[in-house]
Write a protein of this length. Sequence first.
Length: 496
Amino acid sequence: MVATQTHGHHTKPHAVHGPESELVGLLAEFEDQDALADACENARLSGYKKFDAFSPFPVHGIDQAMGTRRTMLPFFVLAVAFGGVLLGVGMQWYANLASFSPIFPGYDFIISGKPLWSLPANIPVSFEIIVLSSAFATFFGMWFLNRLPRLANPLHRIERFKRATDDRFFLMIEKKDKQFSAEQTQGQMQQWGASAIERVQLDLTDHKIPLSLRRAGLILGLLLLVPPAMIYRAQHATNPAPRLHFMPDMDWQYRFGAQNVGPIWYDNREPKYFFQDKTVMRLPPEGTVGRGSLTTDIELFRGIKAGTKIPDPTLLPQPAPAVAGQEPAAPVLPPEPEWVTTFPAGLTVDQAMVERGRARFNIYCTVCHGYAGDGNGLVSERALELAVSSPIQKGATSNAVWTKAKSLYDPTVTIQPVGRIFDTITHGRSTMGPYGSQIPTRDRWAIVLYVKSLQAARAKEPPPVIPVAPTATPSPETKSEAADKSDSPSADSKGN
């Protein structure tokens, strides 16, 4: 580093700089912040563009004196944010809707009757992409606009400049400025009140990376190869040890299942439980009915004719008696109740009910039975493919088993009364699971009506006029609804 120091009008050379150094600019020292601000304004008025001020604390008004323009960083961040949200929305649209690409097709899978593409459902991901891309744009944009990182700065080799963080103020004009002239610029700095002027030189002989840094980089590069090597080794090896548990408190929680044996404590060495039946959660008293869950209308809530004995749900098919010399007979099924053949009186059978049933059918039933009810839903077809190609487990002698969803046009289904179809939806039957806890009662009857309409359409017959059951004794729910209607004001009364 070679510099020249000027005190007042006398110049004192530190050393003779040769071709091994390059002039970067002139650095002027000032005694206080006011002198620095005045010098910055004089530099701006003299036409200088590439200069900077250094102060141990912020100086009010120095930005205006230097003519500093507002940074373009906010506009850069805004542009990156717009690009990020367009990229995020485009990727979600492509992944959920675009199936036209033969190389990377999208996955246009219908879930619960929802549309393939819906902008509100993709807003959260788009928002997160905006936040993430804006943060990265702000951080790295600031580095780029400030020309960072700079591993070396010639100012750091000037002893006088160290006081820039203590009690001195500096102004540097770069050689790259079009108005720069070493002699003229130095004279102007003296006129502006500089107490000292330094010629800032860039040492051209110290560009080699130190040997210690090169060795450290080599060691770091070798260490970075260790994780990929360990991953590659783990993929082609069997480890008998258990996997790592990064959050063991989530893997082993101190909790108990609702109907498991409850925790115990000892009182004088006698085991004690919270409840008499030793379960963790106390069972409701016998006869307890939840609010709004009173189901006294057996035809509406069970699909069974009033006055019929309700079957015991715990009864299972019993094996038929064995007869010597004959093939085993089919299991004896428990007796079925008398199902209703017409829709309960509390329902309004109309086109709106059919449309409601179609919507609920598309959400809950199409995944197995298909949209037309032929038993060819996407889940059922995929499960059949996996059952053929995938063994139950490693070393198994037989493949997995999947029972194909039954067609709604099977003769054993078309002859079923509406009450039995309602019971199948509610409690499940054979390999079909129950949906009573997911679908409200009236929506289940709407699905039954839609199923009957599909069967009538497939039979190429006009949809039958399904009669409504005669008025029966109203249930408590029906009475309460009628009472509410009678209490509500009529249209005439509202007008009055």
